[in-house]
Ligand binder design. Structure first.
Ligand code: 5HY
Length: 248
């Protein structure tokens, strides 16, 4: 099967690292391709960044449909554009936050999230409520590092993430830690070794869930709200979306 891992930000180094993390755990026979939008924020650290990046996610899924992709993973912890993307395909579309929450809830009764900047914590909190995992999550913590420090200041970023994960281990009464950024995918093993708790990371969780859904012959339902969008005119810079149909 062919899984397209979409990095919604436009930092090539992060896209490459995300793709590599996905390939390391993909099953034999699973082809991983990683992509990012042609335009958009170099990192996603706010509601505004999320909103802009969602258009890029939609474009990447439309391209994936032309490429014959079998499943998609949206590799940003805000799951930007997830439901819009699901409307555009019969393939499974999995957000890394949703994937990580599901996996963490299967191995622990309580988990904490460690993300990058504190200001994006509310996004994770909203998703916990939306997906029904709020009662599983003790706390959404932040290492207080800009997302791109994961690429540009890796040693310092790793140290801060490990410190915050250790605080979660010692203070939150949790059985697992969820890493709250797609850019942390390459650090999962190091963090797990340093913290001594199971560490759940969304890119790899998303890939395995996509493989599971494909194995069950399950894809995005086209009955109800995730049916293909009603064809209509779009104007201006979005004219390319006019009359999107089931073949989109
Ligand atoms: C992510 N931002 O996974 C999020 C992390 C965050 O560019 N990739 C980003 O803090 O929401």
């Amino acid at each position: 099967m062919h899984i397209r891992v979409i990095n919604p930000n436009t930092t090539h180094a992060m896209t490459a690292a995300i793709g590599e993390a996905a390939r390391r755990i993909a099953a034999p026979g699973t082809r991983i391709t990683a992509s990012q939008p042609d335009s958009g924020p170099v990192s996603i650290e706010s509601h505004f960044d999320e909103a802009i990046s969602a258009v890029g996610v939609v474009d990447e899924v439309l391209q994936g449909e032309r490429d014959g992709v079998d499943a998609y993973v949206i590799a940003c912890f805000g799951d930007p554009g997830l439901l819009a993307a699901r409307e555009l395909t019969r393939a499974p579309v999995i957000g890394i936050a949703e994937a990580a929450f599901h996996m963490a809830a299967l191995i622990s009764t309580r988990f904490s999230v460690v993300t990058t900047l504190g200001r994006t914590g509310i996004i994770a909190e909203h998703l916990l409520e939306q997906y029904g995992f709020a009662h599983h999550c003790r706390r959404v913590r932040a290492a207080e590092i800009p997302v791109l420090d994961l690429e540009e200041n890796g040693a310092v970023a790793l140290g801060r993430i490990i410190d915050e994960c250790r605080r979660a281990r010692d203070e939150d009464g949790v059985g697992a830690i969820v890493l709250g950024c797609g850019g942390m995918a390459k650090l999962t093993e190091e963090i797990g070794d340093a913290v001594g708790l199971p560490v759940v990371e969304g890119v790899t969780a998303g890939v395995k869930l996509a493989e599971a859904l494909a194995g069950l012959g399950l894809g995005t339902s086209k009955h109800g709200d995730l049916a293909f969008p009603r064809p209509k005119a779009f104007t201006g810079r979005f004219e390319r979306y006019t009359n999107l149909t089931a073949s989109c």
